[in-house]
Design a protein around this ligand. Sequence first.
Ligand SMILES: [Zn+2]
Length: 205
Amino acid sequence: MQLNHKVTKEQMMQHLNEEYPEAIELVKTMLKLIGDDPTREGLLDTPYRVVKSWMEIYGGYQQDPKDILSTSFEEGMEHMTDEIVMCKNISFTSVCEHHMLPFTGKAHIGYLPNKKVIGLSKLARLTDCFANRLQIQEKMCADIADSLMAELEPDGVGVIIEASHLCMACRGVKKPGATMTTSAMRGKFKSQPQTRNEFLLLIKN
Ligand SMILES: [Zn+2]
């Protein structure tokens, strides 16, 4: 069943009850454990909303980066093999695996094509494929870089992610606004300082 806008709320709830009974019960238990009453009016639909949102937020587990990167172009590459292909400011929302709280930010991805190039939208889809899972920012950076290295076999990949974490803002040190930057450099982005510097310059400008 596709959950589109034509589905009534009752149909949606029935579908979720049939498909994900454990998840619905789990959210009810969670509501109880945090000290609230899952049977009060304002919370009656909450387990359904939460489980439905999980489909989107954790939809990345159903996606394979190989499929996303499978459509590449190989023609006309002779002229641009030493130029960085770059996509900046790919906004994303993910969930930290330590606290299950969201972190949001931007990914900047560049690569040096060897034979294959891909459409820029694929870099955005690749980012979402890894963002829509439980993550730590460092691993997300590495996952994006490694899957590009594996599938496109480029001369190098650079990934920089800047993000702010709700777990740092609303608990623990309570520092809203603090951002974290992580990077993953592969191939010539790691071995050639000039390539890495060009990439970093492209992000700034
Ligand atoms: Zn966290």
